[in-house]
Design a protein around this ligand. Structure first.
Ligand SMILES: Cc1nc(C(=O)O)sc1CCOP(=O)(O)O
Ligand SMILES: C=C1C=NC(C(F)(F)F)=NC1=N
Length: 538
């Protein structure tokens, strides 16, 4: 019996592996537990097994799947799939070429293909809708399950690239499942982040091997995965409802909450910023801790109103930075990410990309060149547009800020004479298969301006310390507050203080001191109605 291909549910795709079964379980018992608790598609995958044994196992698993009305896919062995009348086959890039597979299995069988790169999608699109029915997109995260892995982990951003390739090549028939190192700790983030740039396509499902096959309690493991898939909202922090307008009333409320809650702001940052960042944090009614001790990040993240500022000018080892991201994501506490010098060197780009794929950030803040690089909008692409006044650059930079916010599903801040703040969080909502239907150009973005403050660029750590201020605000607001409002408040507060300090200082040295004083005064007076900074919705 071959399944009607049009209504396959790809949402929870179990790929078997009989080499990792816990004592007291069998391949059959693990698959059964999966099917009883929400697995929607099964792939029998045996790498070194005698054909006779494989056939026997396949017939047994096929009967089980049929009793749950779930299709059975056979990995790689076309002959076995044909012999037992399986519902489909899955082949890798180095297995039998797809057109030959289709010729052998006929039009009704499901064909799945392992895909990791844009050129493989282009090939698939050329073959047209009668060949590949779905693709396994991976390897998302490192995994020990696949022996001799040929692909480096691509992270959620790699999966987005594949989704974009499907859209660019109009392969609308093709379904997608992510695979590789997928577990409850990262599945919501993958489903939340992996949306094509045009907002039209998301993953159709996730595929797991060890999370179920190696689980002593496969039923519980499956129930947990099913829960994540059926409750499409990723609460990486308390994402409040969107407020319509950001006003001085909003600022007053945020400052009031920071004052009341005095958040702990953990800094992992560069040496130059440490001292000034700690003083800015104190001036903004918060409590700094400059700790890069891996063993204490979980304890710190559990402190009420904790927030992390991760500034990759920091020299903390990569595993410490990753552990911090894991800890704050786990506790659903905000992380402000400042990818210093993102595109300056390949080493920095790699470090920042690694951190960006390791967790979910609440706010990504950068200067214009960092944001343009993160948005993959090189100045060449920008030059393609006629050179109007600076006004045009403002539009382009605002768009780049929206692209970063959308790509990383975060609040993005781009600093400069105009500070841009864009909100790509979507309240943490995600959907399977279809995206949210909107693209980067549709997301909210504001421009914050207070005249030019040239001296701001002449002191060290002025940009980094905006990061500290943002962390104070997103850390200090009450749960269910709107993070975009908290970030905008921080930027408006900081820009107002910068302007004030620039009118009072005699040079760099006194500007530093005046900036601290201005932040302290503005924060403690908390009269935003008097703040001079303008905010414009774009
Ligand atoms: C079978 C397979 N294919 C992959 C690919 O990237 O194509 S990764 C993988 C193994 C995934 O196992 P786990 O869920 O235990 O990480
Ligand atoms: C190598 C593989 C890659 N992806 C998939 C799946 F996710 F199921 F599509 N299965 C495999 N065996």
């Amino acid at each position: 019996m071959v399944f009607n291909k049009e209504n396959v549910d790809y949402s929870l795709y179990l790929v078997t592996d009989s080499s990792m079964l816990p004592d007291g379980t069998t391949l059959y018992s693990q698959v059964k537990a999966g099917l009883e608790n929400g697995v929607t598609l099964v792939q029998l995958r045996e790498k070194d097994i005698e054909t006779k044994d494989f056939i026997r196992e396949a017939v047994e698993v096929q009967k089980l799947c049929q009793s749950f009305n779930v299709p059975l896919i056979i990995n790689d062995r076309i002959d076995v799939a044909l012999a037992i009348g399986a519902d489909g086959v899955h082949v890798g890039q180095d297995d039998m070429p797809i057109p030959m597979v289709r010729k052998l299995v006929g039009p009704d069988m499901i064909i799945g293909w392992s895909v990791g790169f844009r050129h493989e999608v282009e090939t698939l699109a050329e073959w047209g809708p009668d060949m590949v029915d779905y693709i396994g997109v991976g390897t998302i995260f490192p995994t020990l399950t696949k022996k001799n892995p040929k692909k480096a982990p691509m992270g959620p951003q790699g999966a987005i690239e594949v989704l974009n390739a499907l859209e660019d090549n109009k392969a609308h028939w093709c379904r997608t499942v992510a695979i590789g190192g997928l577990h409850p700790v990262n599945i919501e983030r993958v489903l939340y982040q992996c949306v094509s740039s045009n907002g039209q396509r998301a993953l159709d499902g996730i595929s797991v091997v060890s999370d179920i096959m190696a689980a002593p309690d496969a039923a519980a493991a499956t129930k947990n995965l099913r829960h994540l898939l059926d409750n499409p909202s990723y609460k990486f922090v308390n994402l409040g409802l969107k407020s319509e307008t950001v006003s001085s009333e909003t600022y007053r409320e945020v400052v009031g909450q920071v004052t009341r809650n005095r958040p702990l702001v953990q800094h992992m940052t560069n040496k130059v910023h440490q001292n000034f960042g700690a003083n800015v944090t104190l001036a903004v009614g918060s409590s700094p801790i400059m700790s890069e001790v891996k063993e204490e990040v979980h304890e710190l993240a559990r402190i009420p109103h904790a927030a992390l500022l991760l500034n990759t000018g920091s020299v903390a080892p990569l595993d410490v930075l990753r552990e911090a991201i894991t800890a704050y994501n786990k506790e659903k506490r905000p992380i402000v990410f400042d990818p210093v010098g993102y595109s300056a060197t390949e080493a920095r780009r790699l470090l920042n990309d690694t951190l960006l794929s390791h967790g979910q950030f609440t706010c990504i803040k950068g200067n214009t060149s960092e944001i343009l690089s993160l948005a993959k909008l090189t100045t060449e692409k920008m030059k393609g547009v006629d050179a109007f006044t600076g006004q045009l650059d403002k539009v382009m930079v605002a768009q780049a800020t929206r692209v970063v916010a959308y790509t990383y599903k975060t609040v993005a801040v781009c600093t400069g004479e105009y500070d841009f703040v864009a909100d790509g969080t979507f309240g943490g909502r995600y959907y399977l298969s279809c995206g949210l239907g909107i693209s980067a150009k549709d997301i909210p973005c504001v421009a914050i301006h207070n005249g030019s403050i040239p001296i701001m660029g002449d002191i060290t750590a002025s940009g980094c310390s905006l990061g500290s201020t943002i962390a104070c605000c997103v850390g200090g607001v009450a749960p269910e507050s709107n993070l975009f409002d908290a970030v905008v408040t921080a930027v408006v507060l900081y820009k107002t203080a910068g302007k004030l300090a620039s009118t009072r200082c005699q040079g760099n040295g006194s500007f530093n001191v005046q900036l601290l004083d201005a932040l302290y005064q503005l924060f403690h007076e908390n009269c935003p109605a008097t703040w001079s900074t303008s905010l414009e919705r774009l």
